[in-house]
Design a protein around this ligand. Structure first.
Ligand code: HEC
Ligand code: HEC
Ligand code: HEC
Ligand code: HEC
Ligand code: HEC
Length: 215
């Protein structure tokens, strides 16, 4: 795992003259690099142990995201569903399909499926789903059109610059509570008035201070 400050920071006398000179040269470069949209994993799409398709289940079948990612409104993690959730249907649906076989095996053995993580922030960055959903930020603002993906891939950079871009100006991303899992959502003509009402009723304060995201 990378660390918040590069290792040389420990050894450099940052408050000394030499340190100040080094910092003057290096820090702007580093900040430029960290803030740059190039510093991303957009398009990362690992192969999963089961050929599970969001395009089929969330798209065609129209299952709500929270049917499977049911902690997303309550906790920091959205979590990936246990085999039981799939078996609600697959004990009957396609139970003899070779594509469903790994699911059957997991169910019979009691061994969880080892899904490969797609989105993964470094340890030193703190992120909480429930806060964002409660503020009306919807899944597609950060994950793209998951309902059209056969295999999930990373849609947005998840870089610090990307987080801050929305934190500085979140207004075009704030939805009504019942729209957070609406994948085709676009701001309505009354968006500005709606956000103003949200600010007055519950407040909206995306942090830009370092310690909010780096505890
Ligand atoms: C039937 C269950 C189910 C439904 C419904 C569902 N998902 Fe998923 N989701 C999964 C499973 C299983 C995985 C892990 C495998 C994978 O990445 O495809 C996953 C993975 C993901 C990931 C990537 C997780 C990671 O590792 O970073 C995102 C993002 C995601 N889902 C978002 C959504 C959104 C948004 C919706 C609603 C449009 C949705 N899901 C609907 C089961 C579901
Ligand atoms: C609400 C019911 C439901 C749930 C829950 C559900 N599925 Fe499905 N699944 C279906 C249906 C319906 C099909 C399509 C069957 C068809 O093609 O006729 C399907 C198809 C599939 C297929 C392709 C099978 C084939 O032979 O084409 C796989 C693999 C699969 N699901 C995995 C999963 C996994 C993994 C989960 C849990 C994360 C899950 N499903 C949850 C209903 C469900
Ligand atoms: C403000 C941006 C944002 C929104 C909104 C958002 N996510 Fe995420 N999601 C992320 C980030 C960032 C990660 C990686 C978190 C980490 O590594 O700690 C992530 C990870 C995930 C994961 C992987 C498991 C986990 O919790 O780390 C799933 C599944 C997921 N999101 C589903 C959803 C669903 C479903 C919604 C909508 C109900 C949603 N997300 C809304 C940014 C967002
Ligand atoms: C699309 C807009 C958007 C994106 C992208 C986004 N946020 Fe936020 N974030 C918000 C809003 C809006 C709030 C304010 C919530 C409130 O005031 O209730 C917020 C609040 C927070 C908070 C303060 C609440 C808490 O959980 O302590 C943290 C920390 C945070 N975001 C971290 C992140 C990180 C880390 C990322 C990038 C991985 C990120 N956010 C990306 C919109 C966004
Ligand atoms: C809204 C959340 C947020 C805020 C506020 C924030 N950061 Fe970050 N920061 C992140 C995320 C997320 C990453 C990880 C980006 C990645 O994985 O590409 C990160 C990465 C970094 C890194 C790169 C670490 C490395 O080893 O590459 C440094 C240094 C850093 N932040 C310092 C700061 C400082 C200093 C501030 C205050 C001026 C700050 N951050 C404010 C979210 C935030």
């Amino acid at each position: 795992m990378a660390q918040i400050f590069p290792r040389w920071a420990n050894k450099t006398p940052l408050f000394g003259l030499a340190g100040a000179a080094v910092a003057a040269l290096v820090v702007p470069g580093a900040i430029w690099y960290w803030f740059s949209p190039e510093f991303t994993d957009v398009g990362y799409r690992p192969i999963q142990p089961v050929e599970y398709s969001h395009a089929l289940h969330a798209g065609d079948l129209g299952l709500d995201c929270r049917f499977c990612h049911h902690t997303v409104e309550k906790t920091a993690s959205a979590s990936v569903p246990a085999t039981e959730v799939c078996m609600a249907c697959h004990q009957v649906v396609k139970r003899d399909s070779p594509l469903v076989a790994p699911l059957m095996k997991s169910w019979n053995d009691g061994t969880p499926i080892e899904w490969v993580r797609v989105h993964d922030l470094p340890e030193y960055a703190y992120f909480d789903h429930s806060v964002h959903i409660a503020a009306g930020v919807g899944c597609s603002s950060c994950h793209g059109r998951i309902d059209q993906m056969v295999v999930v891939q990373q849609d947005q950079p998840l870089s610090m610059g990307w987080c801050l871009e929305c934190h500085r100006d979140p207004d075009k991303h704030i939805r009504r509570p019942d729209e957070v899992t609406d994948m085709g959502w676009e701001p309505a003509p009354d968006q500005a008035e709606y956000v103003q009402a949200v600010r007055e009723s519950r407040g909206l304060a995306p942090p830009q201070t370092c310690t909010a995201c780096h505890h």
